[in-house]
Design a protein around this ligand. Structure first.
Ligand code: UD1
Length: 386
C-alpha cells in the first residue's frame, strides 16, 4: 500500500453487499506498489450487519474503511439524503482527484450526485447495464449515475449501445470487463466446501454437500418479497422444487422480515428448503461452485454462475445483464410456477445451459481500470526502476 500523498487520490465508495465484491480488486490494484495513484475507502453504512458487511470485508481481504458514514437503513429518500449529507464534508476535506462508485445501489447515486455538483470527476464501474424496468430502484440509480459520470467502465459490449442511446459521449465509455469475476478468480481456491457450511448449520442429514446433489436459492428483490401473495406463491413453488433437489436458502434480512410480517414462517422449517443465515463470500462461493443449479433474483449471481458454467434460473421478468442469457448459463423465468418447474426439470434432466465465458471476464478488469485511470490522472508517472 502506498501512502505517498503527492499521488492523485481516488475516493472509492461502497455501501451494500454487492459493492464489496466489486471494490475489492479495484482497491487492491489502486493500492499496489507503483500504481501511480492512491485510494481511500468510504463505506456509507447502507449495509451494517456483521453478516452483510464485516464478514464480507474479512472474506474478501478488504481493509477496514477509512471512513464509515454509518447511515443504516431507511426509506430510499431518507437513506439517499443521509448519505449525501454525510458524504459532503468528507469530500470537502479529502479533495480527491475523482470518486469511484460501483454498481447500482442507493450509495452509488447518492455519492455520485454530491461529487458532480462539486465538479469532482465521477468514475462509474459497471456502467450501462439496463433492465428497462423503471419499477426497479436500481434501474433509476443506474440511469442517473451514468448521466453524471465522467468515466464509464463497462462489463459487456451491449452496455455501450445503451449509453450511446442515452446521449452519453462514446469517448467516456471504456469496455474493461467484469471486476466481480476478478474477485471470483482470486477466491475460488479459498472457497469453503459446501459440506463444511452444511455441517456448521446442522443440515448434514439432508445436505451431504456432494457436488451436484443440491441447489441454492436467494431472494431479496422488492418485486419478489414485498407482496404477500407473490412471496407465498414463490415459496410454495420453490418448496415443490426442493422435493426434487434439496435447496439451500441463505436468507437476506429483508426477506426474513417479510416472511415474518406476512406470517409465512411455516416456510422457515422445511427439511428440503433449508434456511441459512446470510453467508459470507467464501461459503457462498463454495455452495455455488458445486451446485446443480442456482435459483436467484440477484444480479451478481447471474454473472458469477455464468463465469462458473452453473445453470442459473433467474426469478425475475428481465435482466440488466443480457450477456448471461445470450452467452452464459442463465435462464429468465419470472415468477410463474410452470416456467420455474419446467426450467428446473430441464436442468435436472441434464439439459441445463453451460454457456461460455464472456470476453474480458478474465480476472484482469481491475488492472485495466487502473491503467486507464493512471493515464488520465497521473500521465507522467514512471514507476521507479523502469
Ligand atoms: C440493496 C440494494 C440492492 C442489492 C441489495 C443486496 C438499493 C436500492 N438496493 O438492497 O440493489 O441487490 O442491497 O443485498 O440500494 N437490513 C438489515 N441489515 C443490513 C442491511 C439491511 O437488516 O445490514 C434490512 C433492513 O431492514 C433494510 C432492509 O434489509 O431496511 C433492506 O436494506 P436496503 O439496504 O434498503 O436494501 P436491500 O434490499 O439490501
Amino acid at each position: 500500500m502506498t501512502s505517498d500523498t503527492s499521488l492523485p487520490l481516488i475516493l472509492c465508495i461502497v455501501g451494500a453487499r454487492p459493492n464489496f465484491m466489486k471494490i475489492a480488486p479495484i482497491l487492491s490494484a489502486l493500492r499496489a506498489k507503483h500504481s501511480g495513484l492512491r485510494a481511500q475507502l468510504v463505506h456509507t453504512g447502507q449495509h451494517y450487519d456483521e453478516a452483510m458487511y464485516q464478514q464480507l470485508f474479512s472474506d474478501l481481504g478488504i481493509p477496514p474503511p477509512d471512513i464509515d458514514l454509518e447511515v443504516g437503513s431507511g426509506t430510499h429518500a431518507v437513506q439517499t439524503a443521509r448519505i449525501m449529507e454525510r458524504f459532503e464534508p468528507i469530500l470537502d476535506a479529502s479533495k480527491p482527484s475523482a470518486i469511484l462508485v460501483v454498481g447500482d445501489v442507493n450509495s452509488t447515486i447518492a455519492c455520485a450526485l454530491v461529487a458532480v455538483k462539486k465538479q469532482i470527476p465521477v468514475i462509474h464501474v459497471e456502467a450501462g447495464l439496463r433492465s428497462f424496468d423503471r419499477a426497479m430502484p436500481e434501474e433509476i440509480n443506474r440511469i442517473l449515475t451514468d448521466q453524471i459520470s465522467d468515466f464509464l467502465f463497462t462489463t459487456e459490449l451491449q452496455a455501450k449501445d445503451n449509453l450511446i442511446r442515452e446521449g452519453i459521449d462514446g469517448e467516456k465509455i471504456h469496455f474493461v470487463g467484469n471486476v466481480m469475476i476478478d474477485t471470483l478468480h482470486q477466491n475460488l481456491s479459498r472457497a469453503i466446501p459446501a459440506a463444511t457450511t452444511f455441517s456448521r448449520n446442522g443440515l448434514s442429514a439432508v445436505f451431504s454437500g456432494d457436488p451436484q446433489s443440491f441447489g441454492v436459492l436467494t431472494l431479496h428483490r422488492p418485486s419478489n418479497v414485498d407482496d404477500p401473495a407473490i412471496l407465498r406463491n414463490l415459496l410454495e413453488t420453490l418448496e415443490e422444487v426442493s422435493r426434487q433437489i434439496p435447496l439451500a436458502f441463505p436468507l437476506h434480512p429483508r426477506t426474513r422480515q417479510k416472511i415474518h410480517e406476512f406470517q409465512l414462517t411455516d416456510f422457515l422449517n422445511l427439511p428440503t428448503l433449508a434456511i441459512l443465515p446470510p453467508l459470507g463470500y467464501l461459503p457462498l462461493l463454495g455452495l455455488m461452485k458445486d451446485a446443480r443449479l442456482f435459483l436467484t433474483d440477484s444480479g451478481g449471481i447471474q454473472e458469477e454462475t455464468t463465469a462458473l458454467g452453473i445453470p442459473c434460473v433467474t426469478l425475475r421478468e428481465n435482466t440488466e445483464r443480457p450477456i448471461t442469457v445470450d452467452q452464459g448459463s442463465n435462464t429468465i423465468v419470472g415468477q410463474d410456477r410452470t416456467r420455474i418447474l419446467n426450467t428446473v426439470q430441464n436442468i435436472l434432466d441434464g439439459h441445463g445451459k453451460a454457456g461460455r465465458i464472456p470476453d474480458f471476464w478474465d480476472g484482469q478488469a481491475a488492472r485495466r481500470i487502473v491503467a486507464q485511470l493512471r493515464a488520465v490522472f497521473n500521465p507522467h508517472f514512471v514507476a521507479p526502476g523502469i
